[in-house]
Design a protein around this ligand. Structure first.
Ligand SMILES: Cc1cc2nc3c(=O)[nH]c(=O)nc-3n(C[C@H](O)[C@H](O)[C@H](O)COP(=O)(O)OP(=O)(O)OC[C@H]3O[C@@H](n4cnc5c(N)ncnc54)[C@H](O)[C@@H]3O)c2cc1C
Length: 625
């Protein structure tokens, strides 16, 4: 069967003037210049700010922007990392970024029950240590999850978080640039965050959408009223480059006089008065000097799912017995801090299809192609604009799902594979052991292939974050607990079989697609493609999408595990909120960054409303010096 090579019209040829214009707005020099955010020197720091935001990541950049919109408020943003780089802008290099110092470098505790293929049986959990946070490391897939996810949050005792309430905040951030979505009531226009499709597609892209009808699913916009179906990837891209939180929200407002950004500032704890439970400010270290930043109104913790609970516990806010065991004075016993950790576990590499044609992205071939690099800088097109290699996403229902309008499985299609990872950056990101890789992929290294990655969307298993010690510079202990609930494994087995079915649809047969049948080392005792084999493969190659969420769960005061209330204020403490992926009561059924932006937009609105009604906005920033 002959297939059309592309579902999109060919890009119009650019005139020389258009090329020059594109090159002037997007080249290595302008990228480097634009990435620099003004750093406030120690001498210029104020004694006190109205708001202190901890963590200049995905949520933190939104808060810095929205809170400093009010010129009467002084806002301090403290970030442990520095500026973005040229290479962090290049979408296809996403996996490379995690192999650099822009990553905190965490990994979960080892386990014999999962992550067996990884070095030391420990899965890597990269997190961004840079302005823009993990939005600088991520694969840029823009999603929101299912409307039912937010209705569930509301039903758990969180009024104001239902889908109808949160949709306006999704739209507020967004500037969608896809023609077919221009009139959609579900998308926003003119917001700071550019959302679009990659300008480049592999020749296999049409086969992905054709698979939809063969498997009985519609092609749709995942961020509309229903998400079950197939679509090309929507991504946070601008002019073919990564659109990070810093690029979208922070850089354009960095010169506001009431916003101070401090880079390479490591917050060690929040200072809370034990007697009154009032938040005083934060303690941080910069240039080897310990400092205090006081907050007149609030401290907002946006240090992410792994670091926000760590900082709370270091501040005496957490499970009392755990804090006492480490000699940390207990300010408030909050047993839920660090609990309820949820992640999207996957099985990247388990479903790899080998090809007869040169239609996939093979790193060694691409890196030798000067045209790809020229294309990227001059026309802002070509494979380097592909967001981490995820070309298409299907949200599907396994036979175990009881809510058909709320899919339980994602199948993401990437026009490349571990076999083509010649630099090892993808293996480095995932932490796959070299000997394991050699055994499973050695004989097909450098060959054309594609991957279908099944992702468990609504895990029942829960992990946790704990302190290793009272030393704020020690890494926290991270427990993944993947597949602790057997049902998760059963759903993943079904997802793996659906992933194989996707790769075996007719469209891909054109290029001779066939499942790579070298079994995962350690699973050879099971018949290849049997349920037992897939279960073993899942426990062995337990890659994940780094979507960790839920460790400072939102919920009412009556819920003993809740850390923040529906206004995101820490229970039992005044003047302290948590605003990042950690507040999700349940992980959303999709890629979380869109929801993190939404949470931060909504939080900024709640903060504005809270202080406006208290009539405390009259203080002029200038008078604070
Ligand atoms: C490799 C990878 C790929 C991903 N791909 C996708 C994707 O395609 N789509 C998607 O939706 N999601 C993706 N994610 C997940 C997504 O990026 C995160 O869920 C989201 O960015 C989290 O935002 P956050 O604001 O909660 O935390 P972060 O963005 O991590 O922000 C936390 C910030 O706090 C700072 N910080 C931490 N501790 C301190 C401290 N003590 N002092 C000062 N500053 C501190 C950090 O340096 C960081 O800047 C991916 C993640 C990874 C790692």
């Amino acid at each position: 069967m002959k297939l059309p090579l592309s579902t999109r019209p060919a890009a119009p040829r650019l005139s020389l003037a258009e090329m020059a214009e594109r090159l002037s707005r997007n080249n290595p020099l302008t990228s480097l210049r634009d990435a620099r955010v003004r750093d406030v020197p120690d001498a210029a720091l104020l004694k006190e700010y109205d708001f202190v935001v901890v963590g200049g990541g995905t949520a933190g950049c939104v808060l810095a922007n929205r809170l400093s919109e009010n010129p009467s408020w002084s806002v301090l943003l403290l970030e442990a990392g520095g500026d973005e780089a040229i290479f962090t802008d290049i979408p296809l290099l996403a996996s490379y970024v995690a192999n650099t110092n822009y990553n905190w470098g965490y990994h979960a505790q080892p386990s014999p029950d999962y992550c067996r293929a990884m070095k030391g049986q420990a899965c890597n959990w990269p997190r961004g240590k840079v302005l823009g946070g993990t939005s600088v490391l991520n694969f840029m897939v823009y999603g929101r999850g299912s409307p039912h996810d937010f209705d569930e949050w509301e039903s758990l005792g969180n009024p104001g978080w239902g889908y109808r309430d949160v949709l306006p905040y999704f739209k507020r951030s967004e500037d969608v640039q896809v023609d077919s979505l221009r009139d959609s009531p579900y998308h926003g226009h003119g917001g700071p965050l550019t959302v679009t499709e990659s300008p480049w597609q592999s020749p296999m892209a049409p086969a992905f959408l054709e698979a939809a009808s063969e498997m009985g699913y519609p092609v749709l916009d995942h961020n509309g009223p229903h998400m079950t179906g197939f679509s090309f990837t929507l991504a946070t891209l601008r002019n073919g480059s990564r659109c990070s939180a810093a690029k979208a929200f922070l850089r354009p407002v960095q010169h506001r006089p009431n916003l101070h950004v401090v880079k390479r500032a490591r917050v060690t704890r929040v200072l809370v008065d034990r007697a009154t439970a009032n938040t005083v400010g934060v303690e941080f270290v910069r240039n080897h000097q310990w400092r205090v930043a006081k907050a007149r109104q609030e401290v907002v913790l946006s240090a992410g799912t792994l670091n926000s609970p760590q900082i709370l516990m270091l501040s005496g806010l957490g499970p009392a017995d755990h804090l006492r065991a480490l000699g940390i004075p207990v300010v408030r016993d909050l047993p839920g801090v660090g609990e309820n950790l949820q992640d999207h576990v996957s099985c990247f590499g388990c479903v790899t299809f080998l090809l007869n044609d040169t239609v996939s992205v093979v790193e060694s071939r691409e890196s030798r192609r000067l045209g790809s690099v020229v294309n990227y800088w001059v026309t802002q097109d070509g494979p380097l604009t592909s967001p981490g290699g995820a070309e298409g996403i299907a949200f599907v229902n396994t036979p175990r799902n009881r809510e058909p309008d709320r899919p339980d499985m994602e199948l993401s299609f990437g026009p490349g594979a571990l076999s083509g990872d010649s630099s090892g950056s993808l293996r480095g990101l995932l932490g796959i052991d070299a000997a394991f890789f050699k055994k499973m992929f050695g004989e097909v290294e450098g060959r054309d292939a594609f991957t279908v990655n099944p992702v468990l969307l609504r895990p029942k298993s829960r992990g946790r974050v704990r302190l290793r010690s009272a030393n704020p510079f020690h890494w926290p202990l991270l427990f993944a607990n993947y597949y602790a609930d057997e049902e998760d494994l059963r759903v993943m087995v079904e997802g793996l079989k659906m992933g194989v079915a996707l790769g075996e649809t007719k469209g891909y047969a054109r290029w001779g697609a066939r499942l790579h049948s070298r079994p995962a080392p350690g699973c050879e005792q099971h018949a290849f493609r049997s349920d037992e084999y897939w279960a073993c493969a899942a426990r062995t190659i337990s890659t994940n999408l780094h979507h960790q969420s839920g460790t400072c769960r939102m919920g009412p005061a009556s819920d003993p595990g809740a850390v923040v209330d529906p206004q995101l204020r820490v229970h039992g403490v005044r003047g302290l909120r948590v605003v990042d992926a950690s507040i999700m009561p349940t992980i959303i059924s999709g890629h979380p960054t869109g929801a993190v932006y939404m949470i931060a937009e909504k939080a900024a609105d709640m903060i504005k409303r809270a202080w406006a009604t208290d009539g405390q906005l009259v203080r002029r920033w200038a008078a604070n010096r």
